[in-house]
Design a protein. Sequence first.
Length: 324
Amino acid sequence: MHNKRWYVMIALALIAIVVVSGCSLMNNPQSKPEQTPPPAPQKQAIEGNEPEILVFMHETGEKRKMKMEEYIAGVVAGEMKNDWPVEALAVQAILARTFTLQAMDEKGGVPARGTQASTDIKEFQAYNAKAVNDNVKKAVDMTRGMVITYQGKPIQAWFHASAGGITATAKEGLNYKEDEPPYIQSITSPDDLAPADVQNWTASFTKKQLMDVLTKMGKTVSSIDSIEIGKKGPSGRTITLLINKNMEVSGPETRVGLDSVKLKSMLLDKVEVSGDNVLFTGKGYGHGVGVSQWGVNKLTTMGKKPEEIIGQYFKDVTIEKRWN
């Protein structure tokens, strides 16, 4: 009898230990068993109410107060086609909100206008309130208050039309002068839904056009006899071009100087002189840094959620909810 009672007491003690241990696991998140975290875990860090911001309306020259989410809807409609999947528009909404808060935090918005934002794409972001439809409204609403952060601060939420299959580092794609942001990476991107003239293209400029751009960059030449791809970045983008075998110039600066709409990207296959013209052959559209919009489009068709997509393009970031 004594032995039986002893075994019963031991069993009860073991059960008590298991129960107590189970309670500590539930009450102490740090004690949870290790598991692979999602690419961009959503951190519910609600800070307050939705901000009201002052926006410079460049079409009319007026300054208008509006709720942040109303402004974000206009940006999404200006930066992405409003008939794209809602999940893709949701990614754009998170990017737009992050861009706005980062600019407000780091630069005070648009100091030259005395506002937090501007509808002038050259100053801030594209904006098209007339193109806001139910798709856009749903995308903005489902991501309400969501911002991409790294170590608690909104990131530089760069994006572009098409990565041409691979994204760029900030230094190669944007000629970024500061340290490479730790959350920016060069990754493969599924851009095969992009139009044919984005996937592969040729752009032609006259020698004079290129010479004028070089002059503005402080690189004067009397003629252009040859042009070659110089240094390349991690993604294979052209960082420098070599003019006449001995003059090195910035690839990203040359692209912007010539016409960044026509010279779609610096993911070049070749560049050559042909008669009085300079021909560039390449793929992709945009600087290639951060999120590829056509890549996002494809990933949504594969069932990826906005948070997953953002976690794929940016490394070690968190999505915080800043307001309800």
